[in-house]
Write a protein that binds this ligand. Sequence first.
Ligand SMILES: [Zn+2]
Length: 292
Amino acid sequence: MDNPKITRYAPTPSGFLHLGNIYSFVLTYHTAKKENAKILLRIDDLDKERTKPKFLKDIFETLDFMEIPYDLGPKNVKEFQNSFSQFKRLEKYKETLQLLKDKHVLFACDCSRNKILKMDKRGFYSGFCRNRKLGFDSSEMAWRIMTPDQEEIGLNDYTGTRVSGRMPGILKDFVVRKKDGLPSYQLSSLVDDLYFGVNLIVRGRDLYGSSLAQIFLSQYLEKNSFSASAFLHHPILKDQKGQKLSKSAGSSSIQHLRKSGKKKSDIYTTLANYLGLKGEFKKLDDFSVLVR
Ligand SMILES: [Zn+2]
């Protein structure tokens, strides 16, 4: 029997949720509905500097306000902190890092961001520390994984086709453990998706490179079910000027829209306008046309 399908909403509590997040949730919801998949709410809070309680609270309030349901994961801030925070899974990340280290595919790197930029204006890592044999356990040491330059990495597109691509330059020898000792996004995201059994991933096209990086990483793990996951990479919602809706651009945040008197139905209508959809779009179920 096939594993049950599980997908997820994965907002980061480093800004108020905006229309771009709602678009991603709407797509995830309808994809799950079509595929008979369960939805997990996964919140990444490892980045202590950027994670703020008000943003964490906002995730629950906004999902509630927009009436966007999910099946698995925390129902409120308290449940999140008690059982679902990434800090509860530090051991898991550590185990995975150790396993990678034992396979001799990692190397230690003490390069600063400035140094990397000096060596390559685009910020692509040159592989400078690959053969320097720096000690993994020295302080302020990042751990990187050796990535191939030419090899194509394959993934299952949601539509059923097998696609493949090369790791983007910005992810060459990407970091798996940051200088502060915490796992990087690529590592924690992979470990979390495996931990929760996520096998249907809906995310923005801006994370296509991350999908390749995580599939590449997963080949070293014992439980390599991740590479069999299906991926849907959706376009990034842009504003009328063609700018990406960023978290700092407050005007598209749901909090802002609510404060200016907008109701749930108004916000869905605004989203539909952004997407160029014609017709009546006042609630989540009206968007089933997005997933065929
Ligand atoms: Zn280095």
